[in-house]
Write a protein that binds this ligand. Sequence first.
Ligand SMILES: *Cc1c(COP(=O)(O)O)cnc(C)c1O
Length: 396
Amino acid sequence: MAVKRIYMDNNATTPLHPEVKKAMVEGMEIFGNPSSLHTFGRHARQFVEEARQKVASFLGASPKEIMFTGSGSEANNTVLSIITCSSKHCGSNLVKGDTIITTTIEHPCILETTKCLKEKGVNVQYLEVDQHGKISLDRLKDLVTERTSMVSVMMANNEIGTFQDIKTIAEIVHSKGALFHTDAVQAVGKVPVNVENLNVDFLTLSGHKIYGPKGIAALYVKKGVPFCPLIRGGHQEKGRRAGTENTLGIIGLGKAIEMRSQEMETEEKRLLELKTMLKEGIAAKIPDVRFIGHPTDSLAGTLNVSFDGAEGEAIILYLDLEGIAVSTGSACASGSLDPSHVILATGAPVECAHGSIRISLGRENTMEEVEYLLDVLPRVIAKIREMSTVYVRRAS
Ligand SMILES: *Cc1c(COP(=O)(O)O)cnc(C)c1O
């Protein structure tokens, strides 16, 4: 009999919500170009705008402030690139200053972009985080000056789940007249996010992290803030992103958001209970473990844990043999054997960064599955430690 497959890697991507799948199957009939004036086009346009409306109202934004992009990565690249735009067509040479501030624990699509901006002469400053993955607001106050053009701080971290205090951060940033962006890909649909209340200028979300399709995301651009397109061409998305709209993806994203607005609250409560059970179970059954991330102010379904003397990659493979899918660090970093930049940023030792796994729970996970993991994991860790040349039991 085939092993039952248990998926606990929901921060990497999520399975489609059945309602999203249904909406998309129906949406496949819609082939008109939303920019066309005839009935086919207007029909497609209607679906695109309905989805935009759903995203906007979920975030407390106006539909005009929502643009669709091809991924969360693209949305983040778009925002950061605004500050190097000097085209008078965009008016973004209004952006003052020459400095970008971000954190050391951002997603690679931010960190690789700031690296590139640095090579182009932009001054980039990185905020470090404490052992729980939080930035220091005092340090931020010191760093932000009149020369700061933009600050980008993620709302919730994909590897360790830690939240940042986005509202306060936005206030500090705005007090010096800089623009503020938050990568909220892991937060939207899991906690209430209201752009007006948070007072952010840009916010990124992505479909496939919230039971929607891959290759579709949205960027909130506050009315009146400078903007410069990354992709130029036709007038789609009010000239902010050229290219015929991914109608089907947009329909899926709209539905995913609609489902989150119905299910988020009860679902996240349930995930927190499952995570607590998992965390307590691991602590009780396995010696020499270390939980990484903020103990309370973190994503309900995310648990990052390291086991002394056990390589993350080995744990993943052994668990996979038992039918359980979890991950090391982020999906984008795995595949390389470099230790996670996020775990290292928390000050954890290198061995710890090598040995940590991320268990990210989602709407399809059950208590039975958590029990099964708690049954399998102690055996797997013991087996790996037996083979380890470095594991020595901590004195207790
Ligand atoms: C997944 C993720 C992204 C990238 O989104 P894509 O749509 O996969 O490009 C960006 N930031 C965070 C925090 C993520 O978890």
